[in-house]
Each structure stands twice: as C-alpha cells, then as structure tokens.
Design a protein around this ligand. Sequence first.
Ligand code: NDP
Length: 288
Amino acid sequence: MNKQPVTVIGLGPMGRAMVGAFLDNGHAVTVWNRTESKADDLVARGAVRADTIQAALAANELVVLSLTDYAAVYDVLGSATTALAGRVLVNLSSDTPDQARTAARWAAEHGATQVTGGVLVPPPGIGKPGSSTFYSGPREAFEAHRETLEVLTATDYRGDDPGLAALYYQLNMDMFWTSMLGWLHALALARANGISAKEMLPYAKLALNLEYFLEFYTDRIDAGEHPGDVDRLAMGMASVEHVAHTTRDSRVDPALPDALLEIFRRGQTAGHGDDSFTSLIDIVTAQR
Ligand code: NDP
C-alpha cells in the first residue's frame, strides 16, 4: 500500500525531525517554512519545497503543523484560508487548551479539521521507540491518520475535545519544569559546595525517581484523605526550611525554596500541620 503523503509546515528542530522520520519511512513530504533555507537539506533528502503556503496546503490532505505557538499558526495560515477546506490539520504546536479549542473552531469555519497534538519527546526522540504524543479532536480524523502519525511517536488519544491534548501536555510541562528547576537548583547548591553535576548524577536519578511516592499517595489524594500517619506537613516545612537555610549559607539564590516555604506556611496556617504534606493540594487549588 502506498504510504500517505504529508505536508509539514514549520521546520524548527521538531518539524525537521518529523520530516526526517516521514522521509525515512517512505512518505512523500511537502514542506514549507517562513525561513526558506531551513528546507534546503530536507529537499536534498527528498522532500518537496512548496513555494507558497497555499501550495503547501493544496499538496496534501494531511498537514502537520509544528510552529512555536498558535499565534504563529494564525500568522502562517491566516493568509491562505481559502486553501484550508478539506485539510486535516494535525496541530503539534504547543499552546493552552483554550487556544487549541479556539483554533479548532477557526479551522472548522474554513472547512478544515484540527487534530490537536502535544509531543512528549524532544526532537531526537522522534521516530524512536518509547516516545509518545497526546492527541485529541474528532476521533474519525485521528483514526484515519493514526498509522501515519505513529511514524513520529506512539499515539495517546485523549478524546473528542480539541483542548484535551493541550491540557495533558500542559500538565506534563507543569511537572517537567518544576522538577527540572528543582534539579537545577540542587545542582547550583552542589556547585557552590564544590560538587559537580556529574558527581550528583546518580543521586539526582534516585531523588527524581518518585514512583514510590506517586503510587503511595495517589489514591489518598483522590479520596481527599491526608492523614499524617507517615509524614506530617510540619515535618516537611522544617525540612524545606533547612533547604532554604543551606541555600542561604551557600550564598545561592533562595527564591525557589522560599516559594516552596511560602506554600508550606499557608498549609500550616490553615491548620494542616499534623496532616500529610499532600493536604497542600487544597492550598494550591484555591486561586488567589
Ligand atoms: P521553534 O520555535 O524552534 O520553531 C518552530 C517553527 O515556528 C519555525 O519553523 C519558525 O519559523 C516557526 N515560526 C515561529 N513563529 C512564526 C511566525 N510568526 N510566522 C511563521 N513561522 C513562525 O520550535 P520547535 O521546532 O522546537 O518546536 C515546535 C513545537 O513543538 C513547539 O510548539 C514546541 O513547544 C513543541 N515541542 C518542542 C519540543 C522540543 O524539544 N523542541 C518538545 C516537545 C514539543 P522560522 O524557522 O522562520 O523561525
């Protein structure tokens, strides 16, 4: 069976990796990018350069968008709305769930179908085992193109709502950035004390392997139960205070532990001192 041809719009590191994976798997690929020269090596590998965005859209039913954000999507597609009818726009550009929903409506107004995606791996992970992408939007459109999309990563379809893939992606980014910044802060503290990132690597791997804690606390959190039987928030607060003091003693910026401490203090003030630190979920849920 002939492989489905695909258009890829946006040739940043991610779009370029995607074009490479499609080409490696025998798909005909049409490409377009604002900065034309980024297509040169891909054209040398067999991609077809579209001279205009209209031509890129006209070339194939399946159009993968890999742009910085949804503002860029409108910048690019806004001048070619007449070419959108009948296209399936697999929008792998990151943005908020609301932006994804608005863009899906905008696409529909122009006769196109948006399938939203949130890619969970960096460009070197594209086309490799163990990678995954959240998708959402009309199931039929997703299923029709699932096999082709699986050339890029495994797929995890979350539902009809076009905002869902963006939501799951942002949930992932929330955990990713806070964890990674925690890691960087610990490395700064280590460096201030003469310990290299390399020396810290085995300890960082252990500390950030939180599976035991996630498994242990998940059911309790869903049940709204935060007994202080294995940990008390007051104990956790003392621990964070020690981190903040060690940070200051090491002349490292204390902004991150101070922000944690502020949240623990609010939990303590709300009377959760003898509950588990997981009671902080109620503190961070309330919008201030
Ligand atoms: P980049 O921001 O590096 O590049 C994306 C593309 O967007 C470029 O081709 C750029 O064109 C284009 N672009 C940006 N603004 C405009 C505009 N106003 N008009 C026209 N074109 C525009 O992103 P990446 O390639 O790294 O990533 C693409 C998407 O994938 C992003 O949404 C990102 O969040 C997501 N993602 C990225 C990951 C990564 O590790 N890189 C991991 C997971 C998801 P030009 O070349 O002309 O500048």
